[in-house]
Design a protein around this ligand. Structure first.
Ligand SMILES: C[S@@+](CC[C@H](N)C(=O)[O-])C[C@H]1O[C@@H](n2cnc3c(N)ncnc32)[C@H](O)[C@@H]1O
Length: 350
């Protein structure tokens, strides 16, 4: 049995930093339970040399285990602990691009990028093939994608991703961001925005981006795709094929206004945007569930002040999904601010 010590990333903002150790413990527990055959044990917070670590024990970790653990959302460094000494473990994260892809955008209502990564990770762990996160290429949908934090994390991982958001300003801002970022970073790509029409009516707009992680990959056609639709997520099935996603990952509206930006300010959109988050999920989840392939998983984060876990579990279960309720999956609730206590819920399609 080997002991390991993990340093939590120091770059968290103050609020998230308070919750980070607890969240990384829960995330590690999920990884251990779902992908590492229960081999991760004794997860605890320990002080080493006056610095807080998350420590755990395990049989020697194999190369693929380290590849998986390298993607823990708040991981900064990992050490083997031997006779009171720390030996660095070489990390092999999936990251294809610089971290500014996730950090450079700042706007009110943005989901913390570490939390977004955590939500993606623990959703991927609930599928019937959790190791696909590092050895496969799951296809992801964020059906309420805002300005794209989840889509950017998916891109960072080299996944094909799609998003839907009802807010036209978010759609425009994401399109502008992704095009500028790809150009500034000299990433080979093609991007276009088109209207989605059916029987002469315009259903929404679509941004479609094809990019290559390198020039060579782009030339050889080994590309990644990002698609974003500006529409109501309740109508998700009009835009995507049934069973076409492995992962659905979304941070639901919190039911509170963020800063000064009133999200209900667009005429005609007010009604949809003022729906309570639980009501919205009740209307949208059945359609999302049909977009998921059997064995795929959905992960939703939400504000527990506006909806109870049982209500969300009921919505997911009545769409035929199996809610993950092991202790590990119940350890993610944390305070964001006075008005938001965030939790996540994950379910698999049998
Ligand atoms: C908490 S925010 C997600 C933020 C996003 N993760 C980010 O970091 O930019 C929730 C999003 O749900 C969107 N939304 C609300 N109702 C919707 C609906 N009916 N269909 C699609 N999107 C909706 C909002 O416009 C908002 O962008």
């Amino acid at each position: 049995m080997t002991s390991y010590g993990l340093l939590v990333s120091p770059s968290h903002n103050r609020v998230y930093a308070q919750a980070a150790a607890g969240l990384v413990k829960a995330e590690l527990a999920v990884f251990g339970e779902r992908a590492l055959d229960g081999r991760i044990r004794d997860i605890e917070e320990t002080s080493i040399g006056g610095v807080p670590y998350v420590t755990f024990s395990s049989d020697e970790l194999a190369e693929t285990d380290v590849r998986l653990l390298s993607n823990l959302s708040s991981l900064y460094a990992l050490f083997e602990i031997e006779g009171g000494l720390l030996r660095p473990v070489e990390l092999k994260p999936l990251d294809l691009f610089g971290s500014d892809l996730l950090t450079i955008q700042k706007y009110s209502g943005k989901t913390n990028e570490y939390f977004t990564k955590l939500l993606l990770n623990v959703t991927a762990m609930a599928t019937d093939s959790p190791m696909d996160l590092v050895t496969g290429r799951p296809r992801l949908l964020d059906p309420m994608c805002g300005r794209g934090t989840t889509l950017n994390q998916a891109m960072m991982y080299g996944l094909d991703a799609a998003g839907i958001d009802i807010d036209g300003k978010d759609f425009d801002a994401y399109a502008a961001f992704v095009k500028t970022w790809l150009k500034n970073n000299r990433v080979k790509h093609q991007a276009e925005i088109t209207s989605i029409r059916r029987e002469k009516a315009v259903l929404g707009r679509r941004l479609h981006v094809t990019l290559g992680a390198s020039k060579e990959l782009y030339k050889s056609g080994e590309t990644m795709e990002i698609t974003v639709v500006n529409a109501d997520s309740v109508e998700a099935e009009k835009f995507f094929r049934p069973r076409s996603f492995d992962l659905i990952v979304t941070d639901a509206p919190y039911g509170v206004q963020h800063g000064s930006r009133a999200k209900g300010a667009q005429p005609g959109r007010r009604q949809q945007l003022s729906r309570s988050p639980v009501e919205l999920l009740g209307a949208a989840v059945p359609g999302w569930a049909r977009l998921l392939r059997p064995g795929g998983a959905v992960g939703i984060s939400w504000n527990t002040f506006v909806g109870r876990r049982e209500e969300l579990a009921e919505i997911l279960a009545s769409s035929g999904l199996e809610v993950q309720d092991s202790e590990a999956y119940l350890g993610f609730r944390h305070r964001v601010d006075q008005a938001i206590s965030r939790d996540l819920i994950v379910a698999r399609k049998p």
